[in-house]
Design a protein around this ligand. Structure first.
Ligand SMILES: [Fe+2]
Length: 216
């Protein structure tokens, strides 16, 4: 089972020399396997109570979370990690056991994938952050990708400013996610599926490289 516990927020206000993101949190997604409960990203402190309440409504308590996958280590994605004190935290190339303090660091992502539940694939999607990864999970024959900050609807629609700009690497990661996914759960904003998926995919393939001067 897969369920979005919290939809990620990201509201931008633009000033002359900077922009402010207010109401900022990543999405928090629960994947319930037979042998493990997994959270992908844990959101901001300001949403902690809401996240815990929604988990409780799903009969999940902090002690019940076995793994946390972090797409990357920006604060809006990790600030509630330590609440889930029984979890192994998977990020970049490492698995950090929050309970024992043991951290296993693997030389590559394939090795790491041998040490996580086999239903989950953690794959590199660089461009927003060096070690940015996304999570692929197939459920009921639907490929879900939890995409962190590589897929943002406002950026695809050319309305969201990205402090890092839009690099070829970012674009290539975005295309890879659209290729692997039937449904995309972004770090910020609504779930991308059905008609919305097709609409955004078309912008990504046709318009986006022209607007940003990238190789398609
Ligand atoms: Fe984010």
């Amino acid at each position: 089972m897969i369920k979005v516990i919290l939809e990620g927020k990201h509201t931008n206000t633009y000033f002359d020399e900077y922009y402010r993101i207010e109401d900022l949190t990543s999405s928090v997604t629960l994947i319930k396997l037979k042998q493990a409960n997994i959270l992908v990203d844990t959101g901001s402190l300001t949403y902690r109570e809401q996240i815990l309440k929604t988990l409780q409504e799903n009969n999940i308590y902090p002690k019940d979370i076995n793994y946390i996958f972090n797409t990357h280590f920006h604060l809006d994605h990790v600030l509630n990690n330590s609440v889930f004190f029984n979890a192994k935290q998977v990020s970049a190339h490492a698995i950090f056991d929050l309970k024992t303090g043991k951290c296993d660091i693997y030389s590559n992502i394939n090795l790491l994938n041998e040490h996580i539940p086999s239903e989950i694939k953690f794959f590199p999607t660089p461009g927003h952050f060096k070690d940015h990864k996304s999570v692929l999970y197939k459920y009921n024959n639907i490929n879900y990708v939890i995409a962190g900050d590589i897929v943002r609807e406002d950026i695809i629609r050319n309305k969201g400013f990205s402090a890092n700009g839009v690099s070829q690497q970012f674009y290539d990661s975005m295309k890879l996610i659209f290729k692997k996914a039937d449904v995309i759960i972004p770090g910020h904003g609504r779930i991308i599926k059905g008609k919305l998926f097709n609409e955004l995919h078309s912008i990504v393939i046709n318009d986006f490289p022209l607007i940003h001067g990238l190789k398609s």
